[in-house]
Design a protein around this ligand. Sequence first.
Ligand code: 5GP
Ligand code: ZN
Length: 117
Amino acid sequence: MAGEPQDDCLFCKIVGGHIPATIVRETETTVAFRDINPQAPTHILVIPKVHHPDAASLAAAEPGIAADILREAGQVAEGEKLDSYRIVFNTGTGAGQTVWHAHAHVLGGRGMEWPPG
Ligand code: 5GP
Ligand code: ZN
């Protein structure tokens, strides 16, 4: 069923505490933890506790939780004292998505190119 934990999902395992992660914030609906392969001095992932395969599916099914992700991304940036940062939702293989559980990347602490590569 949509939203239920998936046995084969890495981020559901992090939510469940079955795989360790460096958690920086947690709310009733979200978890924020440091990316294992950081692409910037600050690189934190904000994920919903419920399983949806990408950000658009999450927003369609549970818009309140999608809003929670954005609010938490801002809180993460504030906690990291970032005045400039980027929130990224890679969606689809061609855009670099590798984990099929919705997540926002919060990246900061260095200059960023626009448009991105
Ligand atoms: P995507 O490529 O799907 O947009 O982002 C997935 C992110 O998850 C990548 O940046 C990758 O480094 C990160 N990641 C993959 N496996 C793990 C893990 O086991 N722990 C943590 N903390 N991050 C992970
Ligand atoms: Zn999942």
